[in-house]
Design a protein around this ligand. Structure first.
Ligand code: FAD
Length: 399
């Protein structure tokens, strides 16, 4: 188990002060925000209870193109051009129209961080601290003191620590659960199991990553206990389960702003329902938010305008998340005898290309393309869906 790196004893110096931007959470979403602010001249502080890259939060699988666009290929472990789906009635290989990669979490975070010019401190965020009305600042209580900023980002994951507290608690909240193990070994295939022996509503996976295999179970039903079947799948694959790592996974989009705080990644429910793919979307929404905040620190818009634009961007994706959630709810209702012919039908190359291309477009890799520090995209020749988020008052929906 990783040890929390929050400074202890003599090293635990008080941490207080004011910054132009305070980013809470130094994983995918938080680092994406900080990276977009690089070169803006703003004083940006990133805080996390662990050191950057210290604690892996997922199986670390992502469309390769996203890694390429962000110059993160050095962190790639393995690449796959097909997906092998197992059901109780057989298996089916889907040739993917784009490749998927597993990566080394620590290395990827280090690479993202190398592009940032923010400060970093280990601190546990406890929540909001009371402030002086009208000073325009948001105060954040940490285990090392109170930090203040007019622009605060909560990229702390599903707990959404800096929100007012909306009673979002498992197992009643719309959260899936995921657990995985990382036994040593090698594998050729990216594999998924849709099999009620492992999980009644959800799937099992095996993601090879160089010299280890990430084997896990994701359950859409938060009440289903996945530890036993994670062990079962691992043993069925001839691997000794070890290094357990799990978390709740949001499967519903939430408000992108609340009480002056901006939310990105799992804290905003940005993980996609059905696939539980939340890395690419944490990066995508983190980049969108970083661009909005950059426009504020550069004096091109106010905090309220940034909040309205970011909330509008978030909400414009709601119908896609809603559709994926519908399919997530439908799949457990499909009788097992229909599942095999259905998977066969869906395995036609035309359907695979159509569905996977649409799926990729929910958070297209081209969105990341603009280089760090580049603030003008007016001559950008890309397709609209791939262009960075722009601030056009006519398109901004006030919250
Ligand atoms: C078992 C499992 C496997 C998964 N596999 C994949 C996958 O292969 N591909 C994929 O796309 N998605 C996967 N996901 C989903 C993915 O992990 C999340 O959607 C993604 O990590 C969200 O990124 P984030 O930056 O919003 O939050 P996180 O990655 O959860 O980061 C939150 C950060 O905040 C810090 N933090 C939390 N609380 C505090 C606090 N109080 N004070 C200070 N710091 C704090 C944490 O240390 C962490 O660094 C998986 C999830 C699980 C559970």
């Amino acid at each position: 188990m990783p040890v929390r790196a929050t400074k202890r004893g003599d090293e635990r110096t008080p941490l207080e002060g004011r910054h132009d931007v305070l980013v809470c959470g130094a994983s995918f979403a938080g680092l994406a925000v900080a990276r977009e602010l690089s070169g803006s001249g703003a004083s940006v502080l990133v805080v996390d209870r662990y050191e950057i890259g210290e604690r892996q939060t997922s199986a670390c699988g992502i469309p390769t193109q996203w890694m390429r666009e962000l110059s993160l290929m050095e962190a790639e472990c393995q690449r796959f051009d097909s997906l092998l789906i197992h059901s109780p009635h057989g298996e089916r290989r889907y040739r993917l129209p784009w490749t998927f990669s597993t990566f080394d979490y620590r290395r990827l975070c280090e690479l993202l961080w190398a592009d940032c010019d923010a400060g970093f401190e280990t601190a546990k965020v406890n929540g909001r601290a009371p402030g002086t009305p009208g000073d325009g600042l948001i105060h954040v209580d940490t285990d090392r003191g109170v930090l203040s900023s007019p622009l605060v980002v909560d990229a702390l994951g599903w707990r959404r620590n800096l929100a007012s507290g909306d009673g979002y608690q498992p197992p009643d909240a719309p959260l899936s659960r995921g657990l995985e193990v990382h036994p040593a070994g090698a594998g050729e295939d990216l594999e998924i199991w849709i099999d009620r022996r492992y999980v009644p509503a959800g799937y099992g996976w095996s993601f090879p990553a160089g010299d280890e295999v990430r084997i896990g179970i994701g359950s859409f039903d938060p009440r289903f206990h996945i530890r036993d079947t994670t062990v079962l799948l691992s043993e069925d694959l001839g691997k000794e389960p070890n290094e357990y790592q799990g978390n709740w996974i949001p499967h519903k989009l939430r408000g992108a702003t609340e009480g002056g705080v901006f939310f990105a990644g799992d804290s905003a429910g940005h993980c996609l329902p059905l696939s539980a793919e939340g890395i690419r979307t944490a990066l995508y929404f983190g980049i969108a938010l970083g661009r909005q905040l950059r426009a504020v620190v550069e004096g091109r818009q106010t905090r309220d305008q940034a909040a309205a634009a970011y909330a509008g961007f978030n909400d414009s994706h709601e119908w896609k998340f809603r559709w994926m959630l519908r399919v997530q709810k439908l799949i457990p209702r499909i009788p097992p005898r229909i599942l095999a012919p259905l998977l066969r039908l869906m395995g036609t190359s035309r359907f695979v290309r159509w569905s996977f291309d649409h799926y990729l477009q929910i958070a297209p890799p081209g969105f990341a393309r603009r280089s760090v520090g580049d603030s003008d995209d007016s001559d950008d020749p890309r397709r609209d869906s791939e262009r960075p988020l722009r601030i056009e008052p006519g398109l901004v929906r006030a919250k």
